[in-house]
Design a binder for this molecule. Structure first.
Ligand SMILES: N[C@@H](CCC(=O)N[C@@H](CS)C(=O)NCC(=O)O)C(=O)O
Length: 218
């Protein structure tokens, strides 16, 4: 039996409820496996205070608490959920290892240039060299997207059935929303849409949006 699960999320997400904050991938994983969870909302100030730093040494969200287990890093949290509940990793040992490989590929190969784009916009958007930098970052993103697009081909998911690898990959690619870049790769665009159509994704999205809406109207 699973103990009560508590995750942390932004009290007021900077993305205004677009579902791009990293609690979304944890919520999605918990919804996929049908596991209830509580959410502790944090202000930016509280995220940097000792109580939260004890859980997340970098003062970030998300975290995950279950009994006396406390985890941070969204990838590690999704992996933990996938290991302890059926539905996110195949039973076959080799297929499971490949799905885990896609989890790492999403976070270690695809996410860095995509996050770099957001950082450039946020931190360097007013610099005279911003457009030049953005175009270099976008080229690096396009390289990875075209390689991923070739690998996915006409398949629905990266390796057989939907897995935690797809959950993380779709979550990462969603961060390109609004850039217009993903649309250049129709199979990846459709892949992301397929992820978003999943009922578990929809429930997780609605839950995080409700937090933002409450914070804006309250
Ligand atoms: N690699 C970490 C990154 C966590 C992260 O960057 N969280 C962001 C929200 S999506 C955050 O808390 N930002 C606020 C800050 O860094 O002060 C993970 O995947 O959990």
């Amino acid at each position: 039996m699973t103990m009560t699960i508590t995750i942390t999320a932004f009290e007021r997400s900077p993305d205004r409820g677009k579902g791009l904050a990293r609690d979304m991938r944890v919520r999605w994983a918990l919804e996929e496996v049908g596991q209830a969870y509580n959410v502790r909302l944090l202000s930016f100030k509280a995220m940097k205070e000792p109580a939260h730093l004890a859980l997340q040494p970098f003062g970030q969200i998300p975290t995950y608490e279950e009994g006396d287990l406390a985890l941070f890093e969204s990838g590690a949290i999704v992996f933990h959920i996938a290991e302890h509940h059926a539905g996110l990793l195949p039973d076959d040992a080799k297929a499971r290892a490949r799905a885990i490989t896609w989890m790492f590929a999403a976070l270690a190969t695809m996410e860095p240039p995509i996050v770099d784009r957001a950082i450039a916009r946020f931190a360097e958007g007013n610099e005279s060299w911003y457009e030049q930098r953005l175009s270099m970052v976008d080229d690096r993103i396009r390289t990875r997207l075209s390689e991923l697009s070739v690998r996915l081909g006409t398949d629905d998911w990266l390796d057989g059935a939907f897995s935690a690898g797809d959950l993380l990959m779709v979550s990462v690619l969603l961060r390109l929303q609004g850039s217009g870049i993903l649309e250049e790769y129709p199979n990846l665009f459709a892949y992301v849409a397929r992820g978003e159509e999943r009922p578990a994704y929809q429930r997780a999205f609605a839950a995080q949006l409700a937090v933002f809406t409450a914070a804006s109207t309250g």
